[in-house]
Write a protein that binds this ligand. Structure first.
Ligand code: ADP
Ligand code: MG
Length: 396
C-alpha cells in the first residue's frame, strides 16, 4: 500500500521535522567527502519550503561514542554548511538536539527557515528508542516527514517513537523514501523479465537471505566477488588462498541446490599471489585455482558474459562489487558490470555501500535507473523485511 507522502500534509505555516539521512562519508578530519545523501534530500526540503513550511532537520552522523573529543567530527556543522551551499538559503545550526538552544531556535522559525539540530545520536535516548526523548524531539515541530531511507531499517527514536508522537495525519514519507520504495516494489513485485540479479562483495553470509529471497524472482543470479570462493569451495573445487567462509559451506550448498541452473559462477578469475599492490597477477580459466594464488576479480570472459546477460535483461539488480575494485589491478570486473548496467535498456538498480561507491566513482550513477541511498536498508528490503519506521506512517 502506498504511504502518505509529504504531498498529503498541510504544510503552509507549519514547522516540519524532516528525519533526513545526512550520515555522509567523511574524511579523517570530519569533512564531507561525498554529499550524495544531502543532495538526495533536496526535493523534499525544497517542496516543503515552497509550500510555506519551515524545517527542523534531524540526522545522525557516524558512530558517536559519548566522548565529546572523539565525537567532535560527528557534529553536524559541516553537513549544515554543505546543505546551505546546495540549497542556496541560510541554514541555522544549533549545538543541541532537544535542549534550550534547539527549542528556542525551533520556536523562532518563520516560513522558509531551515534549522539543523545536533547529531541525534549524541543523545542516549535515540538508540534506545526512548519515548521521553522522542516526545521532546517531536515537540520541536507540527508534522513529521521520514526521508531517511538509509536508516529505515533502524528502530531508533527519531525513526519510530518520534513519528508516533505526532497525530497520524501529520506523518508522511518524503520523496526520497517514496522513490526508493517504488523501485523496490518494482524489483520485488512485477519486474520486467528477464530479471537478473548480480551479487558480489565480501561475504556470502551477509547476503544469504537476499539470495534466498531473490532466487524466487530472478531468471539468472550472477555471482562475483569473494563470495564466489565460498561457493566454489562448497562444490569441492580448490580455491588457493582466496577469501572464503569455511563455516558457510553448508549454506552455500543449500543455495546452490535451491538455485539450480539459475546461479551462474565465474568461468575465469584474475588471481594474485598476495593482497599487496604490485603482486604478480594472472588469469586462470575454469573453477579451480592453483595453490598459492587468490582470486581478486572475475576474469575477462566472465565479465564479458555477465555484460551480455545484463544488456539482454528486462530488469537488473546489482549488489556487491565483482572484485577488490578499490585497487586498480582488480577493478575491471566491477567496471565492466557497471558499464553494462549503464548501457543496458533494462531497469537497472544498484544498491549497497561499496557497490554504489564503485558506480559513482566510475561516473555511471546517472546512467543507471537508480542508485539506492541505503546500504543495509536496501539489502533488508531485498530480503523481504518490513520496517517499523514505515509501519508508523499511515497508508494513503
Ligand atoms: P556492498 O557494501 O556493496 O554491499 P560488500 O560490503 O559486500 O558490498 O563488499 C564490498 C567489498 O568486497 C569491497 O570492499 C571489495 O574490495 C571486497 N571484495 C570483492 N571481491 C573480493 C575478492 N575477490 N577478494 C577480496 N575482497 C573482495
Ligand atoms: Mg559494504
Amino acid at each position: 500500500m502506498p504511504k502518505q507522502t509529504i504531498r498529503d500534509l498541510d504544510l503552509s505555516g507549519k514547522r516540519v521535522l524532516v528525519r533526513v539521512d545526512f550520515n555522509v562519508p567523511q574524511t579523517k578530519d570530519g569533512a564531507v567527502s561525498d554529499d550524495r545523501r544531502i543532495r538526495a534530500a533536496l526535493p523534499t526540503l525544497n517542496f516543503a519550503l515552497e509550500k510555506g513550511a519551515s524545517l527542523v532537520l534531524v540526522s545522525h552522523l557516524g558512530r558517536p561514542t559519548g566522548n565529546p573529543e572523539e565525537d567532535a567530527p560527528f557534529k553536524l556543522d559541516r553537513v549544515a554548511a554543505r546543505l546551505q551551499e546546495l540549497i542556496g538559503r541560510p541554514v541555522k545550526k544549533v549545538n543541541d538536539t532537544v535542549g534550550p538552544e534547539a527549542q528556542a531556535a525551533a520556536a523562532a522559525l518563520k516560513p522558509g527557515d531551515i534549522l539543523v539540530v545536533e547529531n541525534v545520536r549524541f543523545n542516549k535516548g535515540e538508540k534506545k528508542g526512548d519515548p521521553a526523548f522522542a516526545k521532546q524531539l517531536a515537540g520541536l515541530a507540527d508534522a513529521y516527514v521520514n526521508d531517511a531511507f538509509g536508516t529505515c531499517h533502524r528502530d531508533e527514536a527519531s525513526m519510530v517513537a518520534v513519528p508516533e508522537a505526532f497525530p497520524a495525519e501529520n506523518r508522511a514519507i518524503g520523496f526520497l523514501v517514496e522513490k526508493e520504495l517504488q523501485i523496490l516494489d518494482t524489483l520485488l513485485g512485477k519486474p520486467k523479465p528477464p530479471m537478473v540479479a548480480v551479487m558480489g562483495g565480501a561475504k556470502v553470509s551477509d547476503k544469504i537471505l537476499v539470495i534466498e529471497n531473490l532466487l524466487k524472482r530472478v531468471d539468472k543470479l550472477l555471482i562475483g566477488g569473494a563470495m564466489t570462493y565460498t561457493f566454489l569451495k562448497a562444490q569441492g573445487h580448490s580455491i588457493g588462498k582466496s577469501r572464503s567462509e569455511a563455516d558457510k559451506l553448508d549454506e552455500a550448498n543449500k543455495l546452490l541446490e535451491l538455485a539450480g541452473s539459475k546461479l551462474v559462477l565465474p568461468v575465469d578469475h584474475l588471481m594474485a599471489t598476495s593482497l599487496d599492490v604490485g603482486a604478480e597477477t594472472k588469469v586462470v580459466e575454469g573453477s579451480d585455482l592453483p595453490d598459492g594464488w587468490l582470486g581478486l576479480d572475475i576474469g575477462p570472459k566472465t565479465a564479458a558474459a555477465y555484460g551480455e546477460i545484463i544488456k539482454n535483461a528486462g530488469t537488473v539488480v546489482w549488489n556487491g562489487p565483482m572484485g577488490k575494485f578499490e585497487d586498480e589491478p582488480y577493478r575491471n570486473g566491477t567496471l565492466k558490470v557497471a558499464e553494462a548496467m549503464a548501457s543496458s535498456p533494462a531497469v537497472t538498480v544498484v544498491g549497497g555501500g561499496e557497490t554504489a561507491e564503485a558506480v559513482e566513482t566510475f561516473g555511471f550513477a546517472d546512467k543507471v535507473s537508480h542508485v539506492s541511498t541505503g546500504g543495509g536498508a536496501f539489502l533488508e528490503c531485498l530480503e523481504g523485511k518490513s520496517f517499523n519506521s514505515l509501519k508508523v506512517i499511515p497508508d494513503r
